[in-house]
Design a protein around this ligand. Structure first.
Ligand code: TYM
Length: 352
């Protein structure tokens, strides 16, 4: 989209991190299922847990994104709590990271409106996730919210001046749009936003569907999707029946052996090894050994995870207390950016 308005760029960014402040990261996850799946965990959340040690980390449950498709209010409320509990059960710590729910921080949608007014119609229409979802829903059932979804995602990131965004490969295009919008705003109104970088880990960027290793693991295809809160027997069965490839050799070759390579990535990620190391460790074994190793690796994580989630869900009062804490911290961080944006786009500021 070309910009035709002139601007009077001011030089100072809206928020300049203090000199010794660690770099900031932000990421989000939708509360659209009764459990996170292994792709969410290995592609994103596991990295979030590491980053809270070294970064100023912000992580949110994006409930406003979850209403862009059909939903039930009671189910959404439950899944939002459950998502928050799962983030903590996975190892996020409210003392180390700001963990919050998107709708508790109105600055996201306020910034989103300004960014929507700088996003081209064609530009939004080119987002592949929108094209896929709207093709599935049909034009009449697709909402305007689904269309502007990536702009709200850009606002989630830019409102915090995040330097990095840890996500799986499927979010790359949304991150490109975010970068474009930040640069467009900066060149039109003066340096305001940090232009963020996508942090994508190659080995686990795209965990594949166990029943169809040509597509990514996703809740929309439950038979090939390992949900973290699935029963042990269900997880075992899904892994046992995972599609492997022709031949009998356990080798990492993403082109000709996508099913085997996917299981190697999965085992490696759960046992802190590279997929190459796992392939070496299992050399000489058959696909049965590979699947047994995958079952052991997955269950060693999901067992304690499910127990921790159950414990957290037993105390919803404590969960909402922690949400409140996160919301306050997030709003404090978001407010200066919104104030700078409103000022720069020409909204009249009221005295305090
Ligand atoms: P969502 O909720 O679909 O997924 C959450 C995270 O999980 C990653 N992921 C995967 N990674 C590897 N392999 C897979 N099979 C797999 N499936 C899911 C996703 O890449 C994502 O990182 N639009 C986002 C939510 C969002 C967001 C944000 C993310 C809203 N605002 C701001 C980052 C920053 C989404 O739908 O993620």
């Amino acid at each position: 989209m070309t910009s035709t308005m002139s601007a009077s760029p001011s030089s100072a960014p809206a928020s300049t991190a203090p000199v010794n402040q660690p770099p900031r990261v932000l990421s989000g996850i939708q509360p659209t299922a009764d459990s996170f799946q292994v792709g969410n965990y290995l592609g994103a959340i596991r990295r979030w847990v590491d980053l809270q040690e070294t970064h100023d980390a912000f992580y949110c449950v994006v409930d406003q994104h979850a209403i862009t498709v059909d939903y039930d209010p009671q189910v959404l409320r439950h899944r939002t709590l459950l998502s928050f509990a799962q983030l903590m059960a996975a190892g996020l710590d409210p003392q180390r990271a700001t963990i919050f729910v998107q709708s508790h921080v109105p600055e996201h949608s306020q910034l989103s409106w300004v960014l929507q007014c700088m996003t081209g119609f064609g530009e939004a229409g080119r987002m592949t996730q929108f094209k896929d979802k709207s093709a599935r829903e049909g034009a009449d059932r697709s909402t305007v919210g689904l269309f502007t979804y990536p702009v709200l995602q850009a606002a989630d990131i830019l409102i915090y001046q995040a330097d990095g965004v840890p996500v799986g490969e499927d979010q790359r295009q949304h991150l490109e749009l975010t970068r474009d919008l930040a640069q467009r705003f900066n060149s039109r109104f003066g340096e305001t936003f940090v232009v963020p970088t996508a942090l994508i880990v190659a080995d686990t960027a795209k965990i594949l569907d166990l029943a169809d290793p040509t597509s990514k693991m996703s809740k929309s295809s439950p038979s090939g999707c390992l949900f973290l809160l699935d029963d042990e027997r269900v997880l075992t069965k899904k892994i046992k029946t995972a599609v492997t490839d022709s031949g009998r050799e356990i080798a990492l070759d993403r082109e000709s052996k996508p099913g085997v390579s996917n299981l190697l990535s999965l085992i490696g990620a759960f046992t802190d090894r590279t997929p190459e190391q796992v392939a070496t460790d299992l050399q000489g074994g058959g696909y049965g050994d590979l699947k047994t190793a995958a079952i052991d690796a997955v269950l060693s994580f999901t067992g304690p995870f499910a127990a921790a989630v159950a414990e957290l869900m037993a105390d919803p009062g404590e969960l909402t207390r922690l949400m409140n804490l996160g919301a306050h911290r997030a709003r404090e961080a978001a407010a200066p950016t919104l104030a700078a944006v409103y000022d720069r786009v020409g909204f009249v500021q009221l005295p305090d």
